[in-house]
Design a protein around this ligand. Structure first.
Ligand code: ADE
Length: 410
């Protein structure tokens, strides 16, 4: 049996073999060293695909520190391998909140010039603790929740450096948030429960990109899917995709599974827990573990016990039981292995190119939230075509002239 470092290397090599776009960036980085000497701190879900990104940044010359973006999402084998490869890393699966916070603080003590964030925890900490620290050239943000936080900081005038919203790039949210979340949600659900999904009634709270992916993949494996929304447009979108759309209070009594994908707090609350049926599974796909109210669960429960790894049973006074998966944390990483490598290839290629862009241009940017430059989004799309076995037509000279004539208004 290989040791932990070797196991981690095998996992990273497997991921890299399915991440051709990031691999080609890594090869270019190794030749050109665009990040030479730049102190980079990254707070991400530290698993094999993330280590492929970390090693690409290191190949580009970055002096990199890595810490866990969630206490449950770490792959300890991958950590052992990336540490062995020379990336100091603070991450351990199942670490305490104190350890988790200490890891994030350690990456900040390193005075990073570039911050790579997933949820904006490191950016927030850098702004609140020690605002006197050396200049940060800029940061990149991986996820919707983090971009929302950054925009709030920008609006209040608090943001102190340019931040690139990687999440908002087309090659990120259209595929990672939707298909990556859909598939890795099923991975997490299946490995946590080993239960049948076909024919079960599954309620998806929220129909943003993650909700669309989760609802679509659940339907794909035969679930009867209901959607809940607060936005009338998204609600109609879900309806026209063929899902029943109900309030959560209406949907809860028939749910075998409720999964939250909203990005907000207190979605599944006492009023819903009072009406769910016996045996209902509760899972979260939002970034923070606040969508299923753990305080409400705890106050309604007369008894709690762990019945399988990452499955906690809460029994109520009337005998009904609900099962909370992965402690209400991102289920796809808490009990699953995260998004497929081919999807993280796109997201992390955008990360690598955005970091390179910040090192080149960040010093001349104002402290605002910026989109990924469209030419980088496009370059990742072009580079991904062969591995995704997509062939596209190119506009003919006549079509180009036609498009130009509209631009000129002739
Ligand atoms: N693997 C590494 N980072 C991830 C993320 N943000 N979501 C899903 N899987 C991941």
């Amino acid at each position: 049996m290989p040791g932990q470092v070797e196991l981690g290397r095998l996992k990273i090599d497997w991921a890299r073999a399915h991440m051709p776009v990031l691999s080609s960036i890594e090869q270019r980085f190794a030749r050109e060293k665009p990040l030479a000497g730049t102190r980079v701190s990254a707070v991400l879900h530290v698993e094999a695909k993330t280590c492929v990104l970390a090693l690409a940044l290191k190949a580009g010359g970055a002096d990199l520190r890595l810490a866990a973006g969630n206490p449950l999402s770490t792959d300890d084998d991958a950590v052992a391998a990336v540490v062995e490869a020379g990336v100091p890393t603070w991450a351990r699966k199942g670490e305490s909140l104190d350890e988790y916070n200490a890891g994030i603080r350690a990456t900040l003590d390193f005075d990073p010039q570039v911050i790579v964030d997933d949820g904006a925890d490191l950016v927030a900490l850098a702004h609140t603790s020690r605002p006197d620290r050396g200049p940060v050239i800029g940061s990149t943000e991986e996820t919707t929740a983090g971009v929302n936080r950054l925009r709030a900081m920008e609006r209040s005038g608090a943001l102190r450096w340019p931040a690139i919203a990687v999440n908002d790039a087309q090659m990120k949210h259209l595929f990672d948030n939707r298909y990556g979340s859909g598939q890795s949600f099923l991975d997490g659900l299946f490995s946590a429960t080993n239960l049948l999904v076909a024919g079960r009634t599954c309620v998806v709270a929220g129909y943003g990109w993650v909700g669309k992916g989760v609802a679509g993949l659940l339907r794909g494996v035969g679930a009867d899917v209901l959607v809940t929304e607060v936005d009338p447009v998204r609600a109609i979108e879900a309806r026209l995709e063929g899902f029943r759309v109900r309030t959560l209070l209406q949907a809860a009594p028939e749910a075998d599974l409720i999964v939250t994908t909203t990005g907000t707090v207190g979605v599944v609350r006492a009023e819903h827990l009072r009406v769910v049926k016996d045996g209902c599974l509760l899972a979260n796909m939002g970034h923070f573990d606040v969508e299923i109210s753990k305080p409400d669960l705890a106050s309604l429960a007369v008894h709690r016990r762990v019945v399988r790894p990452s499955v906690e049973e809460y029994r109520f006074a009337d005998g009904r039981r609900v099962f909370l998966l992965g402690d209400g944390r991102l289920i796809n990483l808490a009990t699953g292995q995260g998004h497929p490598a081919e999807i993280m290839d796109l997201s992390f290629a955008l990360q690598a190119l955005s970091i390179e862009y910040l090192v080149r241009h960040g010093r001349s940017l104002a402290p605002r939230v910026y989109p990924v430059p469209p030419e980088l989004d496009r370059a990742v799309a072009e580079a991904a075509l062969p591995s995704l076995e997509v062939a596209i037509d190119r506009p003919t000279p006549e079509q180009l002239r036609y498009a130009d004539s509209w631009k000129e208004g002739t």
